[in-house]
Design a protein around this ligand. Structure first.
Ligand SMILES: *Cc1c(COP(=O)(O)O)cnc(C)c1O
Length: 377
C-alpha cells in the first residue's frame, strides 16, 4: 500500500503499544527501504556495522540530553520488557543487602507484579500494606524502610490504575539505591534521574515501538550480579559489550531515536509536561464536573497525567452505559478506551504522542454522552 499523504483519522488512546507521532512514522516510512546512503533498511543492518553504531550512539546522546542523565550513569539498550527488569533488578542488585532483601512500594498492578517476581530471588519487604483498590499513595510517615534493603523499588506511573508519583519518594536510608519503573511516563514530565540508582522503561508506551527496554544505571551498581543471572539480563555484561552482547532490537532502537528527535523538536520534556497537564485536565475536569456521572477513583494527590481510568454511570460503573460509551467513541474513530480487565470501566491513555486536539475530541464526546444518557443512570 502506498502512503497517500492523507492525515490519519483514528485517535488511539491505547495503553501500549501506543500511538507513535505521525511525524515519526512518516520519517520512518521515507527511510524504510534505504537508510541514509547505506542502500539498505535499518531492519537489514548489522548491529555491529558503523552505521548502526552511529544510530545507537545518537539515540543514547538524545536520551541523555532530554533526560539530563548525569555522567555517573550508564545507559543500556536491552530486551525482555519491563517484565524482564522485574527479574533483572533483584538479580543484579541483591549484593547490596547482607540479609538478601529489598523494599517494595506497591501502588498498583505493575509494582505488585514486580514484587511477586522479585520474591523468586530475594526477600521482599513491602514498605506499606498495599491499598486495594489502588487509588492512593500512603503518606510518607507510613512507609517502613529496611536499613539493609538492597534497594527501594517503586513504579512512577501505574499504567493500569492511573496512580502516578508527582515526585520520587523520599528515602530514610540514603545509602539504599532507589529503583523506578518509568515505562509509562518516561519523558512525559521532568524527572530527576540523579535521585535514583537505577531506572528502566520499555519503549512501547512513550518512546516508540515494543522490543526495546532502556536501563539507566549508576556505575557503582554494575558488576555484582548473582552468578545465576542470565547474561542477557546482566547489566555489566551488556555494558561491557556496549549493549550488543547479542543482537539488539535494531529497528526499535532506530524508532526510539526518531521519537527522541521529535521530543527535542517539540521543546523537550518541559514543553511536553505543560501539554500533558493541559491534556489530562481536559478529561479530569469533565469527570469532576459530572456530579458523579463519571467517576475516577484515584486520589487527587496522585492522579496520572498519562493513564486516566474512570467509570461511567456512577462509582461502580454501569456496564450497559460503559459499553455504549465505548461503541459511541469507536463510531467517532476513538479507539482502545476499554479499561484494564482488572479494573473495568474506561481508561484513556494520553501519552506524549496524543495531541491536545485529540484529547479535546474525547472530552467533548464525554460531555455530549453525559447529556444524552444522564437520566438512564
Ligand atoms: C507496560 C508496563 C510494564 C510491562 O512491560 P512489558 O514490556 O510488557 O514487560 C511494566 N511496567 C509498567 C509501568 C508498564 O506500563
Amino acid at each position: 500500500m502506498v502512503h497517500t499523504g492523507k492525515k490519519r483519522t483514528v485517535v488511539n488512546f491505547g495503553p501500549g503499544p501506543a500511538k507513535i507521532p505521525e511525524e515519526v512514522l512518516q520519517k520512518a516510512q521515507t527511510e524504510f527501504l534505504e537508510y541514509e546512503h547505506t542502500g539498505i533498511s535499518v531492519l537489514e543492518m548489522s548491529h555491529r556495522s558503523p552505521e548502526f553504531d552511529g544510530i545507537m550512539k545518537e539515540t543514547e546522546k538524545l536520551l541523555r540530553d532530554e533526560m539530563s542523565i548525569p555522567n555517573e550513569f550508564e545507559v543500556l539498550f536491552l530486551q525482555g520488557g519491563g517484565s524482564g527488569q522485574f527479574a533483572a533488578v533483584p538479580m543484579n542488585l541483591k549484593f547490596k543487602s547482607s540479609s538478601g532483601s529489598a523494599d517494595y512500594a506497591v501502588t498498583g498492578s505493575w509494582s505488585a507484579k514486580a514484587a511477586d517476581e522479585a520474591k523468586r530471588y530475594l526477600d521482599v519487604n513491602k514498605v506499606f500494606t498495599p491499598m486495594k483498590p489502588y487509588t492512593k499513595i500512603p503518606e510518607k510517615s507510613q512507609w517502613k524502610f529496611n536499613a539493609d534493603a538492597a534497594y527501594v523499588y517503586y513504579c512512577a506511573n501505574e499504567t493500569v490504575d492511573g496512580v502516578e508519583f508527582q515526585q520520587p519518594p523520599e528515602l530514610k536510608y540514603h545509602n539504599v539505591p532507589l529503583v523506578a519503573d518509568i515505562s509509562s511516563n518516561i519523558l512525559s514530565r521532568p524527572f530527576d534521574v540523579a535521585k535514583h540508582g537505577l531506572v528502566f522503561a520499555g519503549t512501547q508506551k512513550n518512546l516508540g515501538a515494543a522490543g526495546l527496554t532502556i536501563v539507566i544505571v549508576r556505575k557503582d551498581l554494575l558488576g555484582h550480579a548473582e552468578s545465576y543471572t542470565p547474561s542477557v539480563l546482566n547489566y555489566h555484561e551488556n555494558h561491557k559489550m556496549n549493549s550488543v552482547y547479542n543482537t539488539p532490537p535494531v529497528y526499535s532502537i532506530y524508532l526510539t531515536k526518531l521519537v527522541l528527535e521529535w521530543i527535542r523538536d517539540k521543546g523537550g520534556v518541559h514543553a511536553l509536561y505543560e501539554r500533558n497537564k493541559n491534556k489530562s485536565a481536559l478529561i479530569y475536569d469533565v469527570v469532576d464536573d459530572s456530579q458523579g456521572f463519571y467517576y475516577c477513583p484515584v486520589d487527587l494527590s496522585c492522579r496520572s497525567n498519562m493513564n486516566i481510568p474512570f467509570r461511567v454511570g456512577g462509582r461502580d460503573g454501569n456496564s450497559d452505559l460503559e459499553k455504549k460509551f465505548i461503541q459511541g467513541a469507536e463510531k467517532l474513530d476513538m479507539i482502545s478506551l476499554k479499561g484494564h480487565r482488572s479494573v473495568g470501566g474506561i481508561r484513556a491513555s494520553l501519552y506524549n504522542a496524543v495531541s491536545e486536539e485529540e484529547t479535546r475530541k474525547l472530552s467533548e464526546y464525554m460531555k455530549e454522552f453525559m447529556v444524552t444518557f444522564k437520566t438512564e443512570e
